[in-house]
Design a protein around this ligand. Structure first.
Ligand code: F6P
Length: 408
């Protein structure tokens, strides 16, 4: 029997969320899917019946390959929290009615822990209402690497590679003048320090590495930070510090929040928009020591830097998209694809699926024992964990000197 499927992308973009989309598309085609629909802007768009037929845009293997290397979310994304069934049963009735109208048998959602809440709610609703003709599967994604159960997430390796590589360049630049300068680099990741931890990758036999790394897993003490800067400056003129956007003081107040004038914006999942930590700390350092400082916020650049994507990440993201399709076609529902690491050296992993209830809305943080040097650096174990994920070059298709992307 022909099967129609629908796939959506949700949450913040990454370099490889389209690679997972390509995996869903390619494997669904191979397994004989009839129509392959894409939600415009995730579940929010679907509620307004906004979708495309993906075969109108992805016509051949070359399009699949370019999609794999196109950053951000080809279908558009959303940060939309479904109301609970108790609050709004009509929302769920509406989604099921739309899916039935489109004759959908399999629903896929590519996203992070918040987006997996959509799979959790829909699959639970379907189970409770004895809806057995539609399956709901999650495909993991997030640069933050904060999903529970899975060894790592698609998107993390590429963002980590960008962070390691760009910090090497920042360090070369910072060391050029014989003056006192403190460069502070702010890295995304919200309440998990996985991405900021990737700053440790910059260090090697051709690079001095950053001097200090601060993760949100430990309370940030401003006085201790200033003392560290003072100590390092006794032997070194140029200091480079990496900080997570989500560092908080002992009272749980974000450093950027304390420095902000006015309230931070909050999204539908209750997350505060974090930005300004590097600027706030730079100001403190400049005021205290009277030296030159330079705040750098990687911001969205680190999410979609697919020109320096990790081939491992691109390939794994494709694999996990395809795996979700295979599992759904085998009748699985309410599950999310996960990576299982078998070994570091050589790097070996496989994929499987896991109950969405264990993954939705849960934030996995960096193990505290990986944070060393009085909370200012990462252990060798952390580096060994990250290193395999940044391997291989996912070189873009270059056209007229620039990477070629595919867009709606
Ligand atoms: O969830 C991924 C992420 O990139 C976080 O690291 C960051 O805090 C957040 O998204 C920013 O979201 P937005 O671009 O919607 O402000």
């Amino acid at each position: 029997m022909a099967k129609n499927i629908i796939v959506g992308q949700s949450g913040g973009p990454t370099s490889v969320i389209n690679s997972s989309l390509a995996g869903v598309f390619k494997i669904a085609k191979e397994l004989g899917a009839d129509k392959i629909y894409g939600m415009r802007n995730g579940i929010e768009g679907l509620l307004n019946e906004q979708y495309i037929d993906m075969t109108d845009y992805i016509k051949n293997d070359m399009d699949v390959e370019i999609l794999k290397r196109t950053p951000s979310a080809f279908l558009g994304s959303c940060r939309f929290k479904l109301p609970t069934v108790e609050k709004s049963p009509e929302t769920y009735d509406k989604i099921i009615a739309i899916l039935r109208k489109m004759d959908i048998q399999h629903f896929f959602y590519i996203g992070g822990n918040d987006s997996m809440d959509t799979i959790k709610q829909l699959s639970t609703y379907a189970k409770d209402k004895n809806i057995t003709d539609i399956t709901f599967m999650g495909v993991p994604k997030t640069i933050d690497n904060d999903l529970a159960v899975t060894d790592h997430t698609p998107g993390y390796g590429s963002a980590a590679k960008y962070i390691g590589a760009t910090l090497k360049e920042i360090i070369r630049d910072a060391l050029v003048q014989p003056i006192n300068i403190v460069t502070i680099v702010e890295i995304m990741g919200r309440n998990a320090g996985w991405l900021a931890a990737a700053a440790a990758l910059a260090k090697g036999d051709d690079c001095e590495g950053v001097d200090l790394i601060y993760l949100p897993e430990l309370a940030f003490d401003i006085d201790k930070f200033l003392t560290k800067i003072e100590e390092i400056s006794k032997t070194k003129k140029q200091i480079v510090v990496a900080v997570s956007e989500g560092i908080k003081d002992a009272n749980g107040t974000y450093i950027c929040e304390a420095a902000a004038q006015g309230e931070l914006m909050v999204d539908s999942f209750g997350h505060k928009a974090l930005s300004g930590t590097a600027t706030a700390l730079s100001r403190l350092v400049a005021n205290k020591f009277g030296c030159k400082t330079r705040p750098i916020e990687f911001s969205t650049i680190q999410r979609c830097a697919s020109h320096i994507g990790s081939l491992t990440d691109v390939n794994e993201a494709f694999l996990i998209g395809g795996q979700a399709v295979k599992a759904a076609f085998d009748g699985e529902t309410g599950k999310v694809g996960i990576y299982n690491r078998i070994s570091n050296k050589p790097y070996l992993m496989n994929t499987s699926i896991y109950d969405v209830n264990a993954i939705a809305n849960v934030e996995k943080t960096v193990p505290k024992e990986w944070i060393i040097n009085d909370g200012t650096y990462l252990s060798q174990e952390a580096i060994d964990y990250m290193k395999p994920l940044i391997q291989g070059e996912a070189l873009p298709y270059m056209v007229d000197g620039l990477p070629r992307h595919i867009k709606l």
